[in-house]
Design a protein. Structure first.
Length: 345
């Protein structure tokens, strides 16, 4: 009998975790797995999965536990975020179905009896990086942890759109950043401050910020006197922009892994990033990128300046990063999950 996997992801939006959930489900479908996913009605993730074969999309609303009977024929449950982990635990209690949890964030888990039971009863807790592993084990040393990094996306590119972007920013040294506009995690404030330091001496260095978020208005006010920053908002053609970047800067204050870095590496764009969370699992200082201490605008400006002046360094860093990119393919990621599925079932 065909084994059935039930995925749970109740996120409102579509961020890195949802992109990784989509990549995994699509690859499992190509390999013939029967799957269901419980997700919010009309969620961006559900819309992107609409044409996947052998996948039943179950739209749910709160309270999510009322939808548990739809999972009782499953052989295992895979929870992809925190609320999903809670529901997976209740499914396990009710129907004795084994489950695993993927934890993608580096935030501390509230230490209480309920959370300890969720993670101790999970067959496996998958984390993306050593940083998340350390944080998770603070809840309980009994948690059975495996590290499986995210995968690069193989973003689609459009030559005509790339041409248009390059035309818009002709003769500019383009720095890119992609992420939720939320300073508490992503730290774009310090990147904007770095651009203030660079504007006078390097007027052709230009920053493109892709994404939306709660701090958008604050950032636009912060940058109102600058001519070297563009706020592009949320775009569907991220791959086209990455193809145009001369450098990618990632000033995060908290990062489980930073899966967007994998897409940047796959496009052979050099990276400057903060030395926090799971980022050092991907980027090693002066080997395949440059790292700086968080909340340090001066260090960001100096790193940008250093690579602006040295094309050979940019090429060397990006090529060294690309050497290991297949360690982060969605095929490799799926192979590792399938091993855990087989052990769990």
């Amino acid at each position: 009998m065909q084994k059935q996997i039930v995925h749970l992801n109740f996120a409102k939006g579509y961020r890195g975790g949802e992109r990784q959930t989509q990549l995994l489900i699509e690859e499992l479908s190509r390999r013939g797995f029967q799957q269901k996913i419980f997700t919010r009605k009309n969620s961006p993730l559900a819309q992107r999965l609409n044409d996947v074969k052998n996948l039943e999309i179950i739209s749910v609303s709160k309270p999510y536990v009322l939808h548990m009977p739809n999972s009782k024929e499953a052989h295992m449950v895979h929870a992809h975020e925190t609320k999903a982990a809670q529901v997976a635990y209740f499914i396990h209690l009710r129907y004795k179905i084994p489950y695993l949890v993927t934890r993608r964030v580096n935030n501390p888990i509230k230490n209480n009896f309920f959370n300890q039971n969720i993670y101790n009863n999970s067959k496996y807790t998958v984390v993306l990086s050593n940083a998340i592993k350390e944080t998770t084990l603070k809840l309980s040393k009994q948690i059975n942890i495996k590290i499986i990094p995210s995968a690069y996306t193989q973003l689609v590119t459009h030559p005509e759109k790339i041409k248009q972007i390059k035309k818009r920013f002709k003769n500019k040294f383009l720095i890119g950043h992609i992420g939720e506009l939320d300073n508490s995690d992503k730290g774009q404030y310090y990147l904007i401050e770095a651009m203030k330091k660079l504007q006078t001496n390097y007027p052709n260095i230009h920053l493109i910020l892709l994404g939306k978020g709660k701090d958008k208005d604050k950032y636009e006010e912060q940058a109102k006197e600058l001519t070297n920053i563009n706020f592009e908002g949320f775009v569907d053609n991220v791959g086209d922009y990455i193809s145009c970047f001369d450098l990618f800067v990632f000033p995060s204050l908290n990062e489980g892994l930073g899966s967007i870095l994998l897409d940047v590496i796959q496009a052979k764009v050099p990276i400057v990033a903060s030395n926090v969370g799971g980022i050092p699992d991907i980027i090693q200082h002066k080997e395949n990128g440059l790292l700086f201490s968080p909340k340090n605008s001066q260090a960001i400006a100096q790193a940008i300046e250093e690579l602006y002046h040295s094309k050979s360094k940019r090429v060397s860093l990006s090529e060294n990063a690309y050497k290991n990119i297949e360690n982060y393919s969605f095929s490799t990621m799926t192979d590792k999950y399938i091993e855990l599925y087989e052990e769990t079932i």
